[in-house]
Design a protein around this ligand. Sequence first.
Ligand code: UD1
Ligand code: CA
Length: 465
Amino acid sequence: MKIMAIVLAAGQGKRMKSKLYKVLHPVCGKPMVSHVLNAVKQASCERAVIIVGHGADAVRTTLGDSAEYAFQAEQLGTGHAVMQAKDLLGQEDGVTVVICGDTPLVRTETIEAMIAQHTAQGAAATVLTAVFPDPSGYGRVVRGENGDVERIVEHKDCNPEEAAVREINTGTYCFDNRKLFAALEFVTNSNAQGEYYLTDVIGILKAQGERVGASVASDIAEAIGVNDRVALGEAERLMRHRINEKHQLNGVTIIDAGNTYIGADVTIGADTVLYPGTVLRGNTSIGSDCVIGPGAEITDTVIGSGTTIRHSVSENAHIGDDCNVGPFAYLRPGTKLGRHVKIGDFVEIKNAVIGEHSKVPHLSYVGDAIVGTGVNIGCGAITANYDGYNKSVTEIGDDVFIGSNANLIAPVKIGNGAYVVAGSTITHNVADNDLAIARERQVNKPGYADKLRARAKAKKERGSE
Ligand code: UD1
Ligand code: CA
């Protein structure tokens, strides 16, 4: 049996009061609509059609060709929205899951259970429902005497008796595809909001003598529809908890889960420990036995195993096994650290490769550089990679010693085993195993400090007379 999905994502989301279209608001770093699309795809939906309208281009850019698109020019209601998929799906036989782009917490397993029940019961439609302590704002599920679903009534259309129902429509359904499109033809907009409601299809199918089932979600958190920033905050909190728990069950220690923020697509190996204030974003992947945090902001970074990163920021970097980063290091895009590299305090690395067992322990800037293995870069040494117009490369061979406060003026090459004396400003290449010194020779004037003090004292006394 063919399974398809329609994701409703054409609304503007006025209640968000945002320039960003509602379904593109991120939850744990990932747009709501991407969460929803992932969930339906993993529930083996072969085709997924996204209904776009407001922000159509932005939604298309975000989801790319992982889905098909149907355009709803005017937002006349959820039923009208589904109708826009008729050209694409109308001729298919099978089951169609309809889901809202603003319900990011619906799980794949829940969709699968709904589809299984739907097929087992031979239903024309099955609604995913939830029982809420406070059902305000949601459509109410009205059941008949035998417990069958009779119809769904929108909050604004409820009489007092219907308003008291606490079982709500989560906005996720599955339908017999042909019966869905046939029933949509009968939907009108004679209701409180003047919209074509998808929810009316339930009553229409029921009146046609079809079987309509309900699958009750066990976890009501899954049913949250994000219409405003309060719900967005709540969805974020619930998703964060879910993600943290997944990693904990996989063997990651999270010292304070309430203070640890892990993006939806981050991967972490077993026996890694996350300290509070850790923020992991995007396509970050972390190996096993790492210690991350306290205070780490890590974006799109690949980290090996056995590495420690404390109080540091990393973006678009590769960090090898057994490295030690921070406190207070800034790894910018293009940083590649080999194994056993130490990057210490107040060090910035940008677009640079640092070889195995090399150390940049304190107060350095290494940018646009290739650094070999076993190199020691002294405190305060920097690469001067920018002349105000062009960026140039610094190459440092293996086993090089760069003394403290050296300035390496790029483009420049330091050969293997070379030694750059502290305080040197290096403008010319240094050959293998050479020692380079580039600074004024020191002059000592015997006893001159005493003379200096005597002179200063005399001057002060003259001034105070
Ligand atoms: C809808 C349901 C309600 C349910 C709730 C669950 C209807 C009529 N009501 O209400 O029963 O309890 O979801 O969260 O279906 N959209 C379009 N085109 C439109 C209108 C909406 O694509 O013309 C999209 C929106 O972008 C959104 C989704 O459909 O992603 C739901 O629309 P929304 O306005 O949020 O519906 P609710 O009032 O929340
Ligand atoms: Ca909604």
